[in-house]
Design a protein around this ligand. Structure first.
Ligand code: ATP
Ligand code: MG
Length: 653
């Protein structure tokens, strides 16, 4: 196996350390304090946000099966919208809260100040109230990445309604399911969603979805592109017109710390999406703290998280975390490759972005386009880079470090989940040296433990591998699955009693650094050797001709499981028998003979979720020749990719 302890370490520059929130000598003691006395630690951190009535209770949590209950700051009251807007009005009314960068670079960007954010959020809250929405009601948001999405989230929070965002790339079916599952009163959508120069007919999708929903669901429509849409009188409401006519201020309501803030469905990488519920107080404390500490955010910095607000990353790190901290946050409507592969870097230069946070899938695809794209733009404002969503292959890490960060920006590889509200394992920049491909060490208050997958025994040795669980609660943790607490306990607390089970496998190296090896379901067992898919994939991606790869196991008569590798080549490279042999030999030397792929299939594209994650469960079915049972494919980005892979499946005979 590759020698993780010996991997090169990258420490931040002296200059970075001098300004960092957490110094190298401070991490260990602060971490120890955070887990030794969570009540004391979080009582202090809880003061990051403004409470209407201060809490006297801090941590009240149990992971015990049959009685799982998670409550933080329970007797405190607050309003999340007031924390993200009103409390900044004395000092920051005229500071930009949101920089909106539209899909088409020729359309001017918008700079929305905190004062404007207050007014627009208030107007939208008043429109919602006029539609009968009140505390505890659900509102589904199906919008492009436009400022109205931020107003809608904050307007719900302001009046105590629970939002559930559905990514604008999802189908009418997926939308209808989520409206019905949450029994929403109102749907907020737009006429069209421009993305990469194309327009998705969002309102048309909404019309189709609403046919399967309660007649009383109202549809608030943002006329964004202004193109014609079908209009249902009595149900459809022109949101911008109503906002213009509404009162410019709306008072916020006093909410309990444990009142739900939002429902959000997971990406569906491993199965049917789950309706994760986050509440108000603990979530906001954790989102704010991680945004400041993990990204070393300082007053005046411009922060850009490229995720969509349809994912948890967009919730915590475009909206709630940054705005709770009074930050300037960038909201981008477009895609990394429109109008060309330099768009990310052009936007970084244009808005003088200081912290940039994206996903490995984007980095790998831009890496495939060549380093000339980042080289064209002035990236000198960047101080820190981040990654989230999947393990980042060392190859992609090095490219990001060299061509985007120019070797002077720490890279935070943040491991976390929809369920966790914020980062779990991540290098705290300045304090923790990074190793490419490792999420490194736990965030404050997080207690990772590694269990033997078969015996559930805690692996005490520093250097070990197994399934990753978390031993105790933290404020940002999900509280339940919407309407299904039994499934919540079953999914996260039953397999390894007493612990929160992440579903991910990991390796811990001699330095105590964590390396996420992929989903536990994806672990391959070759002749008794357990291997994470991430390791084999990273070895393949390290080959200069390989752009992307996905590895799964398939039944093998002799070895138990064989290694089936799907490989996407770099632009301009052609598949050949010689290259296949070369890749086999390459993995042999990179990892060892045991990891040599048994079958390599050339894949022009890989099946991914709409958030860009590889759906290995579908690839596993193809490798197993089990096309009839592909499972829930509702969150698949491009179904035609699957047809191509089935048609060109390797013959295992
Ligand atoms: P579903 O739960 O529906 O299968 P999902 O797990 O992909 O979907 P998310 O909550 O968006 O939905 O993603 C969390 C998962 O993403 C983690 O469990 C992990 O597998 C992966 N992940 C996220 N960040 C990292 C990272 N930095 N390194 C490795 N893996 C990561
Ligand atoms: Mg998951």
């Amino acid at each position: 196996m590759s020698d993780h302890a010996a991997a090169q370490k990258y420490a931040a520059s002296e200059e970075f350390v001098a300004h960092a929130h957490v110094k190298p000598a401070e991490y260990a003691a602060q971490y120890a304090a955070s887990v030794a006395d969570p009540n004391a630690f979080w009582a202090k951190e809880g003061q990051r946000i403004d409470w209407i009535k201060d809490f006297t209770r801090v941590k009240e949590t149990s992971f015990e099966r049959g009685a799982v209950s998670i409550k933080w700051f329970e007797d405190g009251t607050l309003n999340v919208s007031a924390n993200c807007i009103d409390r900044h009005m004395t000092r920051r009314a005229n500071q930009t809260a949101i920089i909106w960068e539209p899909d088409d670079p020729k359309t001017p960007a918008q700079h929305i100040t905190y004062a404007q954010l207050l007014e627009n959020t208030s107007r939208m809250a008043n429109v919602l109230k006029a539609q009968g929405v009140s505390r505890g009601d659900r509102v589904v948001i199906y919008l492009p990445m436009i400022p109205e999405a931020a107003y809608a989230m904050l307007a719900c929070a302001r009046i105590g309604a629970i939002h559930s965002i559905v990514f604008a790339g999802f189908s009418p079916d997926a939308l209808a399911n989520r409206i019905n599952d949450s029994e929403a009163k109102v749907l907020i959508t737009a006429d069209f969603a421009p993305r990469g120069g194309k327009k998705t007919a969002l309102k048309n999708n909404a019309d189709q979805a609403l046919r399967h929903c309660d007649d009383r669901v109202k549809c608030l429509v943002v006329k964004h592109t202004g193109d014609q849409t079908h209009w249902t009188e009595g149900r459809d409401i022109d949101l911008k017109a109503e906002m213009a006519a509404a009162k410019p201020y709306c008072a916020y309501v006093e909410m309990g710390a444990e009142d739900p803030l939002f429902i959000l469905y997971t990406s569906g990488s491993t199965g049917k999406p789950k309706g994760v519920v986050h509440t108000s107080g603990g979530y906001l404390v954790y989102a704010a703290m991680t945004q400041q500490i993990t990204f070393d955010y300082h007053d005046g910095d411009v922060f850009w998280c490229t995720a969509d607000v349809g994912w948890v990353t967009g919730h915590s790190y475009i909206i709630y975390g940054p705005l709770a901290n009074g930050a300037t946050t960038v909201m981008f409507e477009g895609v990394p490759t429109f109008p060309d592969a330099g768009r990310f870097w052009e936007v970084c230069a244009k808005h003088k972005v200081n912290q940039f946070y994206t996903a490995p899938t984007a980095i790998r695809s831009l890496m495939g386009m060549g380093p000339e794209w980042p080289a064209k733009h002035d990236l000198s404002s960047l101080k820190l880079l981040g990654s989230v969503g999947e393990p980042i292959n060392p190859e992609a890490w090095n490219w990001y470090n060299q061509h985007v960060g120019k070797g002077r920006c720490p890279i935070v590889d943040t491991f976390w989940q929809t369920e966790t509200g914020g980062h779990l394992i991540t290098p705290i920049p300045g304090a923790i040296p990074q190793k490419p491909g490792s999420a490194t060490l736990p965030f404050f208050g997080i207690q990772p433990i590694v269990l033997d997958p078969a015996t559930a025994k805690v692996q005490d040795a520093v250097e070990t591998d197994g399934v990753l669980c978390i031993a105790d609660s933290w404020p940002g943790q999900m509280r339940t699955l919407w309407g299904d607490h039994a499934r919540f306990e079953e999914a996260y607390f039953s397999q390894y009693p007493g612990y929160y089970f992440t579903g991910d496998g990991c390796r811990r190296d001699a330095d105590g650094y964590y390396w996420i090896t992929g989903r536990v379901d994806d672990v391959i067992n070759v002749s008794g050797h357990r291997m994470g898919t991430a390791e084999v994939e990273s070895a393949l991606v390290a080959h200069p001709k390989v752009a992307e790869s996905a590895v799964v196991g398939y039944p093998h008569d002799i070895k138990g499981q064989g290694i089936y590798a799907y490989v996407t080549l770099m632009k301009g490279e052609e598949p050949s028998e010689a290259l296949r042999k070369e890749l086999e030999a390459w993995v042999r030397t990179e990892i060892g003979p045991i990891a040599k792929p048994d079958l390599i299939q050339w894949a022009p594209g890989l099946p991914k979720t709409r958030s860009g994650k590889i759906m290995r469960r579908i690839l596993r079915k193809i490798a197993e020749n089990d096309f009839g049972a592909l499972g829930d494919t509702s969150t698949l980005a491009d179904p035609s990719v699957v047809d191509d892979l089935i048609a060109n499946r390797m013959n295992k005979g």
